[in-house]
Design a protein around this ligand. Structure first.
Ligand code: 5GP
Length: 211
């Protein structure tokens, strides 16, 4: 009798500018985790490539895919749609892999409702001041967009309790953050929620032997 191995969905959320993208990429490189590529209706930023950061699509195509049940979740965030394509995630789960979803809070809650054993992690900066610094420092967004994202961050902060874990990504301490997230993923393998079938077998076998 062994604990059954199946894939693990790991949801990584956090304020825009908290560095969650970097954390996910590092986890992928270092531990070979799969990273889901989302679809979005927003325009690519400089340096972003089709199929790497996102699949960039117009709104009519996005809406068509919603109709085809092509997403396991989708949400609207700052005037645009973002969604997690269904096929890749289902294939990876079937193959027993760890899959990282870098998505915002509405998507995270949606995933948890569908997959109760998903691991939800919120990445934050150590302070609001540092969040503002990072959002301004990236230099890629207009003041209006930065303002929208700050307002959104204020809303998202009210939902941190939806997550099982909160991890700080401190400036110049990326590795620490990556190792903490890795440790959470490792230990999640032994959650009772993930091992229902194994637990049931033990319970039944013990009932039989003590009858
Ligand atoms: P950005 O425009 O900065 O790349 O992403 C904006 C927000 O959308 C981020 O919080 C990011 O995590 C989130 N996001 C990216 N892809 C998805 C997705 O597939 N679904 C959901 N619900 N949120 C996403």
């Amino acid at each position: 009798m062994r604990m059954k191995k199946k894939g693990t969905l790991v949801v990584i959320s956090g304020f825009s500018g908290a560095g969650k993208g970097t954390v996910c990429n590092r986890l992928k490189e270092k531990y070979g985790y799969s990273l889901s590529v989302s679809m979005t209706t927003r325009q690519p930023r400089e340096g972003e490539q089709e199929g790497v950061e996102y699949y960039f699509r117009d709104e009519s195509e996005f809406l068509r895919l919603i109709d085809y049940n092509g997403f396991i979740e989708f949400a609207r965030y700052v005037d645009h749609y973002y969604g997690t394509p269904r096929q890749f995630v289902e294939d990876e789960l079937e193959a027993g892999h760890v899959i990282l979803l870098e998505i915002e809070v509405q998507g995270a809650v949606n995933i948890r409702n569908q997959y109760p054993d998903a691991v939800l992690i919120f990445i934050t900066t150590p302070s609001v001041g540092e969040l503002v610094d990072r959002l301004t420092g990236r230099g890629t967004e207009s003041p209006e967009i930065i303002d929208k994202r700050m307002k959104r961050a204020a809303q998202e902060a009210m939902s941190i309790d939806e997550y099982a874990y909160i991890v700080c990504n401190e400036r110049d301490r990326l590795d620490e953050c990556v190792e903490q997230v890795h440790a959470i993923i490792e230990s999640s393998q032994t959650m009772t929620e993930r091992n229902r079938a194994f637990i049931k077998t033990i319970q039944e076998e013990l009932q039989d032997r003590t009858r």
